[in-house]
Design a protein around this ligand. Structure first.
Ligand code: B4P
Length: 190
C-alpha cells in the first residue's frame, strides 16, 4: 500500500502534483483544503466555521480536519493507497494520522516536500486568485498570513517524518512535468 504525504507551503503545487499522481498510481486523493471547501459549498455548520478561519489565512482546528480524514479512511477501506494533500499541517495532526493508519495495519510510506520560495508562492497564489474565486488567494495580506502559519505550525511536521526516516525534499520550481518526474523517482524507492 502506498500512502504518500505531499508537503509544502501554500501554493507549492501539492494539489497540482496530486492530480498527476492519481492518474499514474490510482491512489485516493485526500485534500483537506478541498474537503473544507466542499463543506463551505454545502453550507454546513462545519463549513461556516471553517470559512471564517480560511478567509483569514488561519488553520482550521485539528479535531475538525482529523475527523474528516478519519471518515474518509473508513469510507475507502479497499483503497490501494492514499495521497494526503495539505494534511497533516500540524504535529498533532501527524500523530493522529499515524494512529489512524496503525489501527488499519497501515503506515505512511513517505513524505515528499516541495520547496518553493515565498516570492514565487505569493505570485502563484495571486495569479490563481484572479480566476479561482478563492478569497484566501486574492489578498496579499492573507497570503502572507498563510505563509506565516505554515512556517510557525506546519514546517515542524517535516521533522516528525525526518525522525522516522520518511522525509524527502525536492525543488518545487520548474515545469509541472519535471517536478512530477522528481516525485516519481522518490516513489520508486519506497
Ligand atoms: P489548501 O487547499 O491545502 O491550499 P494550498 O496550500 O493553497 O494549495 P497547494 O499547495 O495545493 O497549491 P496548488 O497546487 O493548488 O488549503 C487552504 C486552506 O484550508 C488553508 O489555508 C487552511 O485554512 C485550510 N486547511 C487545509 N488543510 C488544513 C489542515 N490540515 N489543517 C488546518 N487547516 C487546513 O498550486 C497553487 C498555484 O500554483 C496553482 O494556481 C497552480 O496552477 C500553480 N502551480 C503549481 N505548480 C506550479 C509550477 N510548477 N509552476 C508554476 N505554477 C505552478
Amino acid at each position: 500500500m502506498l500512502n504518500l504525504v505531499l508537503f509544502g507551503p501554500p501554493g507549492a503545487g501539492k494539489g497540482t502534483q496530486s492530480q498527476k499522481l492519481i492518474e499514474k498510481f490510482g491512489l485516493i486523493h485526500l485534500s483537506t483544503g478541498d474537503l473544507l471547501r466542499g463543506e463551505i459549498a454545502q453550507g454546513t455548520t462545519l463549513g461556516l466555521e471553517a470559512k471564517k478561519l480560511m478567509d483569514e489565512g488561519q488553520l482550521v482546528p485539528d479535531a475538525v480536519v482529523i475527523g474528516m480524514i478519519s471518515n474518509k479512511l473508513d469510507a475507502n477501506k479497499d483503497a490501494q493507497g492514499f495521497i494526503f494533500d495539505g494534511f497533516p499541517r500540524t504535529v498533532a495532526q501527524a500523530e493522529a494520522l499515524d494512529e489512524l493508519l496503525a489501527s488499519k495495519d497501515s503506515a505512511i510510506s513517505g513524505m515528499i516536500a516541495l520547496e518553493v520560495n515565498d516570492q514565487e508562492l505569493e505570485q502563484r497564489l495571486l495569479k490563481r486568485g484572479e480566476t479561482s474565486g478563492r478569497p484566501d488567494d486574492a489578498n496579499p495580506e492573507v497570503i502572507r498570513k498563510r505563509i506565516k502559519e505554515y512556517n510557525d505550525k506546519t514546517a515542524p511536521v517535516a521533522g516528525f517524518y525526518q525522525k522516522q526516516n520518511k522525509f524527502t525534499s525536492i525543488n518545487g520550481i520548474g515545469s509541472i512535468d519535471d517536478i512530477f518526474d522528481s516525485i516519481d523517482s522518490v516513489i520508486a524507492k519506497y
